[in-house]
Design a binder for this molecule. Structure first.
Ligand code: AMP
Ligand code: ZN
Ligand code: FE
Ligand code: FE
Length: 289
């Protein structure tokens, strides 16, 4: 079953495999009409993505980003939608975060060499090309070098948070990210929350900072899990949103753009909220709405 909306996708400007143009084309072909490009710590894919929507006047593209944050022992990712991404101070902060990704990726490559699973830094850089470098790029280098059979296996054996090649990087706290996104008019949503401990507490704190939604419809989330998250979102007054988190990397949990059971009702509520805050105009459509 497909949705007409998808608020979470990646391109070659971070760790996705499709260019923004290819991503837009694929999503459009699949029936998506409201979508956001949410690359990790970068908005540099947005000009190309917006240019690609010119061919599709009935597609709404929302400028977005995904930011990683730090809480003890877990990864918390926060999506920002309708951001005023051209803001200079915001771009400086993103540049600083991407810089810390580089040093950290180099360290992971060094650790892999020590583990007897060498990949070259040059190759990792080639794979990440213009994108913000991340673990999926290193995972792909590991597959190419024949050390593992798949990207998933690279994470399972080496790159997951508890893996032997993992290196921390500089991150903001979840609250800092919600505040940063709010400072550029962004509406923030907690990404893939299913496996987070103390989710209630985290959500309460972030709602206080300005969080407006959480992902409820995501990749392989099962109906029962969706129901639990939906009830939690409703109870806390958060919009039950969702996305495919499409990277194009394959793997059993991957979904195609729009391949999530996200209903249009919360989508309309998000658009209404964006309109109320004067942020809707940052999503460009040439026609339609
Ligand atoms: P990074 O931003 O470098 O910390 O890498 C995080 C990204 O790696 C996530 O956004 C996912 O796209 C990907 N990732 C994390 N865990 C896994 C996993 N177990 N299998 C495949 N991809 C993963
Ligand atoms: Zn990613
Ligand atoms: Fe994420
Ligand atoms: Fe993502």
């Amino acid at each position: 079953m497909g949705s007409r909306a998808d608020f979470h996708t990646h391109s070659t400007f971070s760790d996705g495999v499709l260019t923004p143009t290819e991503l837009i084309e694929l999503a459009y072909r699949r029936g998506v009409r409201v979508m956001s490009l949410t690359d990790h710590d970068t908005t540099e894919g947005l000009p190309e993505a917006f240019a690609a929507t010119a061919r599709h006047p009935d597609l709404m593209l929302i400028p977005g980003i995904e930011m990683s944050t730090d809480v003890p022992g877990a990864e918390v990712h926060i999506l920002g939608h309708f951001i005023d991404w051209e803001n200079e101070a915001f771009q400086q902060e993103l540049a600083r975060l991407r810089e810390s990704r580089l040093g950290r990726a180099r360290k992971m490559v060094e650790k892999l060499a020590q583990l007897g699973k060498p990949v070259t830094w040059e190759r990792v850089q080639e794979i990440s090309s213009e994108g913000a470098v991340g673990r999926p790029h290193i995972a792909r280098a590991l597959v190419e070098a024949g050390h593992v059979a798949s990207v998933n296996e690279a994470f399972d054996l080496y790159l997951s948070r508890n893996g032997p090649a993992y290196v921390e990087r500089e991150r903001l706290t979840p609250r800092q990210v919600v505040e940063l996104l709010l400072s550029v008019g962004g509406l923030s949503t907690l990404a893939h929350p299913r496996d987070l401990d103390h989710l209630d507490d985290l959500l309460a704190e972030l709602k206080d900072a300005g969080l407006v939604g959480m992902e409820v419809y995501y990749q392989d989330y099962r109906p029962q899990q969706i129901q639990r998250l939906r009830a939690l979102a409703d109870r806390l007054g958060l919009l039950p949103l969702g996305g495919s988190d499409y990277h194009g990397l394959g793997g059993p949990q991957q979904r195609e753009p729009g391949d999530i059971p996200l209903p249009m009702e919360p989508v309309e509520r998000l658009l209404a909220l964006a309109r109320e805050r004067g942020a809707l105009e940052r999503a460009r459509t040439t026609g339609g709405r």
